[in-house]
Write a protein that binds this ligand. Structure first.
Ligand SMILES: Cc1ncc(COP(=O)(O)O)c(C=O)c1O
Length: 398
């Protein structure tokens, strides 16, 4: 089979040209100009480390928070710059105080690392974690809303939901779920790991208690850049995982939340320094900027999914409106799955070694089966999904 071409925009990335890279969803991929911008900041740090951390960093971090806030409709003062979404979820769940018998709801499509954090904390407080089953395949988004709301009781204090689920690639009706839960006084922790740069976010309007999102996925920022948004009325309850000077700094004209999150010890903040240039630089790749980029990626994910479904005779497991820029598909044929999540599926290795395709393959319980998840980013092209479809057809003997 002939290797497919990437899109014209792919020259902005340094991805291995021999690889058909269809897994932006796991760790993102950073354009060359963003890598260079980070290198520039690394040199600024090492040029004069004391000046950087003591004089420049506070202003730089403010500029980065402002750039994010503008994109997602919130106050820059309500944002903390952190390393990743797992840290965001841990920060919230390990800060909150619970009563024995309180209930937390988590859908079964939640990212396992975040679920683990909730289970860990729940056990310590005697909190009950209720798993909400969301069907997959799923016919419409109201099914997800109803599934979550049906688990709510007067003991429910917190619900963790995703913007876009990791194993099933479902764009959840998260705004609607947030409104319904928050209006009942239930705190929502929105896991928007697949959030900024992938789906529209308007945090102040949405009103979720807590939101965390990775910038290194769909914003294409360097690895280790993410944010946590905490609604103003809850900020006094939330502390960073690392307690540092901020706990006792004189308040002056700021908040304890700002002090605590603005300094959590010496760390590499060069990924965060790049955020204003990343947001602007990627927007400039396409006329229409970020709204158009999200639309393009969404359209390509739908197209890619159509190509694979048609070639392999797979029924689409959810309506188009329930995907954003990633899509999960059940593999056809006699592929019953059953490989534990922490073990690599041999098909993943085979696609990588024989076809140079990078794509996640894993097993899932409900329904039992084996799944792949495609991603669509500016550097991808339709040809790549055709190539994947042919490779799968050959290996699955279709
Ligand atoms: C839904 C979801 N939540 C959380 C995470 C964790 O992200 P990170 O490893 O950057 O903390 C991921 C990563 O893929 C994810 O898909």
């Amino acid at each position: 089979m002939e290797m497919p071409n990437r899109s014209k925009l792919s020259t902005n990335w340094s991805l291995d040209p021999s690889c058909v890279f269809l897994n932006h969803g796991s760790f993102g991929a950073t354009p060359i100009f963003v890598q260079e911008e980070q290198n520039r900041w690394r040199r600024v740090v090492e040029n004069e480390p004391v000046k950087f951390y003591e004089d420049l960093a506070p202003e730089l971090m403010l500029e980065s928070r402002k750039a994010i806030a503008k994109m997602i409709g919130c106050d820059a003062d309500d944002l903390a710059l952190i390393e990743n979404a797992t840290t965001g979820v841990n920060t919230i769940i390990r800060s909150l105080e619970f009563n024995q018998g309180d209930e937390i709801i988590v859908p079964d499509h939640a990212y396992q690392a975040c679920r683990n954090a909730i289970d860990y904390v729940a056990k310590r407080w005697g909190v009950i974690v209720k798993t909400c089953k969301i069907p997959f395949p799923i016919k419409n988004k109201d099914i997800a809303v109803d599934a979550i709301m049906s688990k709510v009781t007067n003991k429910t204090v917190l619900v963790m939901i995703d913007t876009v689920t990791s194993p099933t690639g479902l764009k959840m009706p998260f705004e609607k779920i947030v409104k319904k839960l928050e209006s009942k006084g239930i705190n929502v922790l929105l896991d928007a790991a697949h959030g900024i740069g992938m789906v529209d976010l308007n945090l102040d309007e949405m009103g979720a208690s807590f939101t965390t999102s990775n910038c290194h996925k769909w914003l294409c920022a360097p690895k280790g850049s993410a944010f946590l948004h905490v609604r103003k009325d809850l900020q006094h309850k939330i502390h960073p995982l690392t307690i540092s000077h901020g706990m006792t700094f004189p308040l002056e004209n700021t908040t304890r939340f700002r002090h605590e999150f603005d300094w959590t010890g010496t760390r590499d903040i060069t990924p965060h320094c790049t955020l204003p240039a990343t947001i602007e630089g990627i927007a400039n790749l396409i006329e229409g900027g970020w709204p158009e980029i999200m639309k393009m990626n969404h359209k390509l994910a739908i197209k890619g999914r159509d190509i694979i479904c048609k070639r392999l005779g797979i029924e689409k497991p959810c309506p188009d409106e329930m995907i954003a820029c990633i899509a999960t598909l059940p593999l056809p044929g006699n592929v019953s799955g059953g490989i534990p999540l922490h073990e690599s599926d041999p098909l993943h290795k085979l696609l990588q070694e024989k076809y140079n395709i990078q794509i996640p393959v894993w097993s899932w319980e409900s329904p039992k089966g084996r799944f792949i998840r495609i991603s669509a980013q500016l550097y991808n092209s339709e040809e790549e999904y055709h190539y994947l479809a042919e490779a799968l057809a050959t290996e699955l003997e279709f």
